[in-house]
Design a protein around this ligand. Structure first.
Ligand code: HEC
Length: 197
Protein backbone atom coordinates (compact mmCIF):
# COMPACT_ATOMS: atom_id res chain seq x y z
CA UNK A 1 0.00 0.00 0.00
CA UNK A 2 2.66 2.46 1.13
CA UNK A 3 4.82 1.31 -1.76
CA UNK A 4 1.99 2.16 -4.22
CA UNK A 5 1.49 5.58 -2.64
CA UNK A 6 5.18 6.35 -2.88
CA UNK A 7 5.17 5.20 -6.50
CA UNK A 8 2.21 7.36 -7.49
CA UNK A 9 3.71 10.36 -5.64
CA UNK A 10 6.89 9.74 -7.63
CA UNK A 11 4.97 9.61 -10.91
CA UNK A 12 3.15 12.86 -10.08
CA UNK A 13 6.45 14.54 -9.17
CA UNK A 14 8.02 13.26 -12.38
CA UNK A 15 5.10 14.55 -14.46
CA UNK A 16 5.40 17.89 -12.71
CA UNK A 17 9.12 18.20 -13.41
CA UNK A 18 9.10 16.80 -16.95
CA UNK A 19 5.80 18.38 -17.92
CA UNK A 20 6.70 21.86 -16.81
CA UNK A 21 8.24 23.01 -20.08
CA UNK A 22 5.13 21.82 -21.94
CA UNK A 23 2.55 23.51 -19.73
CA UNK A 24 4.24 26.75 -18.83
CA UNK A 25 2.45 29.85 -17.61
CA UNK A 26 2.54 32.90 -19.84
CA UNK A 27 5.34 34.56 -17.85
CA UNK A 28 7.70 31.61 -17.74
CA UNK A 29 7.51 30.78 -21.38
CA UNK A 30 6.38 34.07 -22.88
CA UNK A 31 3.75 31.93 -24.58
CA UNK A 32 1.91 34.96 -25.74
CA UNK A 33 -0.61 35.52 -28.46
CA UNK A 34 -0.08 38.81 -30.30
CA UNK A 35 -3.28 38.29 -32.31
CA UNK A 36 -5.33 38.11 -29.13
CA UNK A 37 -3.24 41.07 -27.93
CA UNK A 38 -4.39 43.05 -30.95
CA UNK A 39 -8.05 42.58 -30.06
CA UNK A 40 -7.44 43.73 -26.50
CA UNK A 41 -5.31 46.61 -27.79
CA UNK A 42 -8.05 47.81 -30.11
CA UNK A 43 -10.50 47.82 -27.25
CA UNK A 44 -8.34 49.42 -24.53
CA UNK A 45 -5.38 51.24 -26.09
CA UNK A 46 -6.01 52.36 -29.67
CA UNK A 47 -8.08 55.42 -28.75
CA UNK A 48 -4.83 56.95 -27.44
CA UNK A 49 -1.98 55.03 -29.12
CA UNK A 50 -3.73 54.67 -32.50
CA UNK A 51 -4.75 51.51 -34.33
CA UNK A 52 -1.35 51.28 -36.04
CA UNK A 53 0.48 52.20 -32.84
CA UNK A 54 1.53 55.61 -34.16
CA UNK A 55 0.45 57.53 -31.05
CA UNK A 56 -2.30 59.23 -33.02
CA UNK A 57 -5.52 57.86 -31.54
CA UNK A 58 -8.64 60.04 -31.47
CA UNK A 59 -7.97 61.09 -27.86
CA UNK A 60 -4.30 62.00 -28.40
CA UNK A 61 -4.67 65.49 -29.85
CA UNK A 62 -4.96 67.37 -26.56
CA UNK A 63 -2.75 65.14 -24.49
CA UNK A 64 0.59 66.06 -22.98
CA UNK A 65 2.78 64.12 -22.89
CA UNK A 66 1.57 62.42 -26.04
CA UNK A 67 0.78 58.69 -26.08
CA UNK A 68 3.86 56.80 -27.22
CA UNK A 69 4.30 56.16 -30.94
CA UNK A 70 5.29 52.48 -30.83
CA UNK A 71 6.52 52.41 -34.44
CA UNK A 72 9.77 54.19 -33.43
CA UNK A 73 10.72 51.36 -31.11
CA UNK A 74 11.93 54.00 -28.62
CA UNK A 75 10.83 53.57 -25.02
CA UNK A 76 11.24 55.68 -21.93
CA UNK A 77 10.54 53.16 -19.22
CA UNK A 78 13.27 50.57 -19.34
CA UNK A 79 15.60 48.69 -17.10
CA UNK A 80 18.01 48.56 -20.08
CA UNK A 81 20.63 51.19 -21.06
CA UNK A 82 19.67 54.35 -22.92
CA UNK A 83 18.78 53.77 -26.56
CA UNK A 84 18.23 50.01 -26.08
CA UNK A 85 14.97 48.12 -26.37
CA UNK A 86 13.01 47.54 -23.19
CA UNK A 87 12.63 44.02 -21.81
CA UNK A 88 9.23 42.32 -21.96
CA UNK A 89 9.05 42.76 -18.19
CA UNK A 90 9.51 46.53 -18.64
CA UNK A 91 6.54 46.74 -21.04
CA UNK A 92 4.43 44.48 -18.84
CA UNK A 93 5.23 46.65 -15.81
CA UNK A 94 4.25 49.89 -17.59
CA UNK A 95 1.01 48.35 -18.82
CA UNK A 96 0.21 47.14 -15.32
CA UNK A 97 1.15 50.27 -13.39
CA UNK A 98 0.54 53.00 -15.99
CA UNK A 99 2.51 56.25 -15.89
CA UNK A 100 1.35 58.40 -12.97
CA UNK A 101 1.06 62.08 -13.83
CA UNK A 102 0.17 61.33 -17.47
CA UNK A 103 -2.96 60.06 -19.20
CA UNK A 104 -1.51 56.52 -19.32
CA UNK A 105 -3.64 54.45 -16.93
CA UNK A 106 -2.60 51.20 -15.26
CA UNK A 107 -4.36 48.10 -16.54
CA UNK A 108 -4.29 45.75 -13.57
CA UNK A 109 -8.01 45.26 -14.28
CA UNK A 110 -6.91 43.05 -17.20
CA UNK A 111 -5.69 39.51 -16.51
CA UNK A 112 -1.95 38.77 -16.55
CA UNK A 113 -2.46 36.77 -19.76
CA UNK A 114 -4.15 39.79 -21.37
CA UNK A 115 -1.24 42.02 -20.36
CA UNK A 116 1.35 39.56 -21.72
CA UNK A 117 -0.59 39.32 -24.99
CA UNK A 118 -0.65 43.12 -25.14
CA UNK A 119 3.10 43.19 -24.56
CA UNK A 120 3.54 40.82 -27.52
CA UNK A 121 1.27 42.94 -29.71
CA UNK A 122 3.05 46.23 -28.92
CA UNK A 123 6.29 44.62 -30.06
CA UNK A 124 4.82 43.98 -33.52
CA UNK A 125 4.60 47.73 -34.24
CA UNK A 126 8.34 48.21 -34.60
CA UNK A 127 10.86 46.34 -36.75
CA UNK A 128 13.41 46.82 -33.99
CA UNK A 129 11.93 43.97 -31.97
CA UNK A 130 12.46 41.61 -34.92
CA UNK A 131 15.99 42.76 -35.60
CA UNK A 132 17.41 43.23 -32.12
CA UNK A 133 17.12 41.61 -28.74
CA UNK A 134 16.72 43.59 -25.58
CA UNK A 135 19.78 43.42 -23.37
CA UNK A 136 19.49 42.22 -19.79
CA UNK A 137 18.19 44.62 -17.19
CA UNK A 138 20.95 46.80 -15.75
CA UNK A 139 22.10 46.07 -12.24
CA UNK A 140 21.34 49.13 -10.19
CA UNK A 141 23.67 49.64 -7.26
CA UNK A 142 23.00 51.41 -4.03
CA UNK A 143 22.17 55.07 -4.25
CA UNK A 144 25.40 57.08 -4.19
CA UNK A 145 26.21 59.65 -1.53
CA UNK A 146 25.41 63.16 -2.71
CA UNK A 147 28.55 65.21 -3.10
CA UNK A 148 29.09 68.47 -4.93
CA UNK A 149 31.44 66.79 -7.39
CA UNK A 150 28.91 64.05 -8.19
CA UNK A 151 26.10 66.54 -8.74
CA UNK A 152 28.32 68.51 -11.13
CA UNK A 153 29.26 65.34 -13.00
CA UNK A 154 25.64 64.24 -13.24
CA UNK A 155 24.68 67.64 -14.58
CA UNK A 156 27.41 67.43 -17.18
CA UNK A 157 26.30 63.96 -18.38
CA UNK A 158 22.68 65.08 -18.50
CA UNK A 159 23.47 68.11 -20.65
CA UNK A 160 25.77 66.13 -22.94
CA UNK A 161 23.15 63.42 -23.48
CA UNK A 162 20.97 66.07 -25.10
CA UNK A 163 17.95 65.73 -22.82
CA UNK A 164 18.58 69.19 -21.43
CA UNK A 165 16.30 72.12 -22.15
CA UNK A 166 17.42 75.66 -21.28
CA UNK A 167 16.02 76.61 -17.91
CA UNK A 168 15.84 73.10 -16.53
CA UNK A 169 18.26 73.87 -13.72
CA UNK A 170 17.46 76.54 -11.16
CA UNK A 171 20.91 78.03 -11.64
CA UNK A 172 20.18 78.67 -15.34
CA UNK A 173 16.69 79.96 -14.81
CA UNK A 174 16.49 83.60 -15.73
CA UNK A 175 12.88 83.78 -16.78
CA UNK A 176 10.10 81.20 -16.70
CA UNK A 177 10.66 78.93 -19.68
CA UNK A 178 7.67 78.08 -21.79
CA UNK A 179 7.35 74.90 -23.83
CA UNK A 180 10.48 74.57 -25.92
CA UNK A 181 11.35 72.14 -28.67
CA UNK A 182 13.35 69.20 -27.36
CA UNK A 183 16.90 69.08 -28.68
CA UNK A 184 16.16 65.43 -29.46
CA UNK A 185 14.39 62.48 -28.02
CA UNK A 186 10.75 63.52 -27.92
CA UNK A 187 9.77 62.54 -31.44
CA UNK A 188 9.15 66.10 -32.51
CA UNK A 189 6.79 66.88 -29.64
CA UNK A 190 7.41 69.90 -27.45
CA UNK A 191 9.10 69.31 -24.12
CA UNK A 192 8.21 70.93 -20.82
CA UNK A 193 11.21 71.42 -18.60
CA UNK A 194 10.79 70.08 -15.11
CA UNK A 195 12.80 72.50 -13.05
CA UNK A 196 15.44 71.03 -10.88
CA UNK A 197 16.89 72.86 -7.92
C1 HEC B 1 -5.99 57.66 -22.16
C2 HEC B 1 -4.86 57.47 -23.04
C3 HEC B 1 -4.08 56.18 -22.99
C4 HEC B 1 -4.58 54.90 -23.05
C5 HEC B 1 -6.03 54.44 -23.09
C6 HEC B 1 -3.42 54.04 -23.06
N1 HEC B 1 -2.27 54.77 -23.02
FE1 HEC B 1 -0.38 54.01 -23.00
N2 HEC B 1 0.38 55.89 -22.82
C7 HEC B 1 -0.39 57.05 -22.82
C8 HEC B 1 0.50 58.18 -22.67
C9 HEC B 1 0.08 59.63 -22.62
C10 HEC B 1 1.81 57.66 -22.56
C11 HEC B 1 3.11 58.45 -22.45
C12 HEC B 1 3.57 58.68 -21.05
C13 HEC B 1 4.90 59.41 -21.01
O1 HEC B 1 5.46 59.74 -22.04
O2 HEC B 1 5.38 59.64 -19.89
C14 HEC B 1 1.69 56.22 -22.65
C15 HEC B 1 2.75 55.35 -22.56
C16 HEC B 1 2.67 53.99 -22.72
C17 HEC B 1 3.78 53.08 -22.64
C18 HEC B 1 5.19 53.45 -22.25
C19 HEC B 1 6.11 53.54 -23.42
C20 HEC B 1 7.52 53.89 -22.98
O3 HEC B 1 8.04 54.85 -23.53
O4 HEC B 1 8.12 53.18 -22.14
C21 HEC B 1 3.29 51.82 -22.91
C22 HEC B 1 4.08 50.52 -22.98
C23 HEC B 1 1.87 51.95 -23.13
N3 HEC B 1 1.53 53.28 -23.00
C24 HEC B 1 1.03 50.91 -23.43
C25 HEC B 1 -0.37 51.02 -23.42
C26 HEC B 1 -1.27 49.89 -23.58
C27 HEC B 1 -0.85 48.47 -23.85
C28 HEC B 1 -2.53 50.39 -23.46
C29 HEC B 1 -3.83 49.63 -23.47
C30 HEC B 1 -3.96 48.49 -22.58
C31 HEC B 1 -2.42 51.82 -23.26
N4 HEC B 1 -1.10 52.15 -23.25
C32 HEC B 1 -3.50 52.66 -23.13
C33 HEC B 1 -1.76 57.14 -22.94
C34 HEC B 1 -2.63 56.08 -22.97
Amino acid sequence: MIYRKICSAGVILLLFLVGRPFFPGPEGSRQTDPRRGREIYEEWCSQCHGKQGKGDGAAAARMYPKPRDFTHGAFKFRSTPSGELPTDQDLFRTITLGVPGTAMPGFDNLSRKDRWDLTAHIKTFSERFREETAPKAMAIGRSPKMTKARIERGRDVYVRKGQWIPGTFAADRKSPTSIEPCPQGSMGHPCLPIWMA
